[in-house]
Design a protein around this ligand. Structure first.
Ligand code: ADP
Ligand code: MG
Length: 476
């Protein structure tokens, strides 16, 4: 085939599709009758055919919703009898075709189209669109985000994405940006910060920020009202899509499927996507393999647990904002003790601030300890089984591997039982979970170990001391 044939072939294809489209419309018109056709379908235009996707344009959003809900399925079915490659239909709003339709009407001297009254009972998708994006927390800006070692990569990446989004030169630095880390470490804060930045610097850009749960809800709702086309449309026309806590999508297959398609469509159009989750893509359970690998294509940025320095930095910044005089000693104490996450740290500080405002004087270190005793205790108890195994092995001078080995000699079996006992006492892990951590042992083995150590503590004072010592060390 000579190369020059290329463009002719394309034109032929488009022509064939137009003929095809005319036949589809003709058949639909026969089915629905002249009146319905005039009211709803006459202004429809074939915009393009893209692989197996037909894109239809209508002049108003209302018409789009109406056609999507009432005729889209039938339209696609008819189209497929003409062309079996057709897989889906997208209906877009193209206001210019209203003028086109009118001009055409004048030509054939038909009466002007009647104004369409909105029939009752049409799902109000247009309204929904306005609040498709979840509200943004005004405090979650880049200015209020304290950067430290644990979050510097995530922060820098979020900044890059935000700046690229508002830049007149369209670039997508990494797609997707995947932020992950434990709860309360600033994932949502960073996503809102990106959205705020874009909203203030480039208000014309369309940004959608949604929790994965809300995404799912919208999708299921769209299925129910048979407006999935519209749903797809909404997501596929955004410049920046951010989905928070994507771990909640795992396991929900139809939503995953939809998410995957939306995701691919946006990536193909070079639109930025930001995702957050509590785990890395490879550790997200219940996620399809293709989804998992696609999520890892861009930049995966891990937010690590806070360090003392970061915690102190955050406290100092928030204390300054409160304009109260908070003793440095108290801030340092909090930074030492509330190690779980930033949300709890803020909670602790807020309690202290409220107390100071109430009694009208500075708080003492003892006062803070009293006020926060429950939080402090909860933070003390956050010991991991790994830590317990390590400490216990060191204390009894055995190899760490003996914690999970099957050796039953007393010199290793007793320390293993002590570690299981401490795991039960100091963590919230269930018996089967503890068993698994100790080389896949059964939960009854754990019960036996706990009972055994409880008995020995009563009778063997050396062992009782060992256990007490270990407990204190682990909790300090
Ligand atoms: P996640 O979404 O990771 O669970 P959030 O973004 O909701 O966590 O953060 C929890 C709270 O901690 C929020 O109030 C947030 O403003 C605050 N926070 C987290 N990291 C920082 C930080 N580096 N600087 C300032 N505030 C932070
Ligand atoms: Mg969050």
């Amino acid at each position: 085939m000579p190369e020059a044939a290329g463009s002719d072939q394309i034109e032929d294809a488009v022509f064939a599709e137009t003929g095809e489209w005319a036949r589809v419309i003709g058949r639909l018109k026969d089915e629905v009758g002249e009146t319905a056709y005039r009211s709803w379908l006459r202004s429809m235009r074939l915009d393009r055919v893209d692989g197996g996707e037909g894109v239809i344009a209508v002049p108003t959003r209302f018409l789009r919703n109406w056609v999507a809900t009432h005729y889209a399925d039938r339209l696609l079915a008819l189209w497929r009898t003409e062309n079996e490659r057709m897989r889906r239909l997208t209906i877009i709003v193209e206001p210019r075709i209203a003028a086109l339709a009118q001009a055409k009407e004048a030509e054939v001297a038909e009466p002007a189209p009647a104004v369409l009254a909105e029939p009752a009972g049409v799902p109000d998708i247009a309204d929904d669109r306005a609040n498709l994006s979840a509200p943004l927390d005004p405090r979650f800006t880049f200015e209020n985000f304290i950067v430290g070692k644990p979050n510097e990569l995530a922060h820098a990446a979020a900044r890059r994405v935000a700046e690229a989004c508002v830049s007149p030169v369209h670039t997508v630095p990494f797609n997707p940006l995947f932020l992950y880390g434990g709860v309360g470490l600033g994932k949502t804060h960073l996503m809102h910060a990106i959205a705020w930045h874009v909203r203030t610097q480039a208000p014309g850009r369309k940004v959608i920020y949604l929790s994965a749960e809300k995404f799912m809800y919208q999708f299921i709702r769209a299925l129910r009202f048979r407006s999935t086309m519209d749903f797809k449309d909404q997501f596929r026309s955004v410049d920046l899509l951010m989905i928070d806590d994507v771990q909640f999508i795992s396991g929900k297959e139809s939503t995953q499927e939809e998410f995957f398609h939306t995701f691919n469509a946006l990536v193909d159009q070079n639109r930025q996507i930001v995702i957050s989750a509590d785990k890395s893509p490879s550790d997200l359970a219940g996620l399809e393999e293709r989804m998992r690998s696609r999520l890892g294509w861009g930049l995966v940025a891990d937010i690590h647990p806070t360090t003392y320095e970061l915690r102190l930095g955050i406290l100092q910044s928030k204390a300054e904002q409160s304009r109260l005089r908070l003793p440095q000693k108290v801030l340092e104490f909090l930074a030492h003790k509330i190690v779980s996450n930033v949300r709890e740290l803020e909670g602790a500080l807020n309690r202290i601030i409220a107390q100071m405002q109430l009694v009208g004087r500075e708080i003492t270190l003892e006062g803070a300890q009293d006020l926060l005793h429950d939080l402090l205790r909860a933070n003390e108890r956050r010991v991991t089984i790994d830590e317990i195994q390590k400490r216990v092995a060191e204390h009894f001078n055995i190899k760490l591997a003996e914690m999970t080995s099957s050796r039953r000699a007393r010199v290793v079996a007793r320390p293993r039982q002590v570690a299981m006992y401490l795991a039960k006492q100091l963590t919230s892990r269930s018996l089967p979970e503890i068993g698994r951590k100790f080389g896949g042992r059964d939960h009854t083995t754990v019960i036996h170990a706990v009972k055994k150590i409880e008995e020995l503590i009563e009778t063997d004072s050396t062992l009782a001391e060992d256990v007490e010592l270990l407990r204190r060390m682990l909790q300090s």
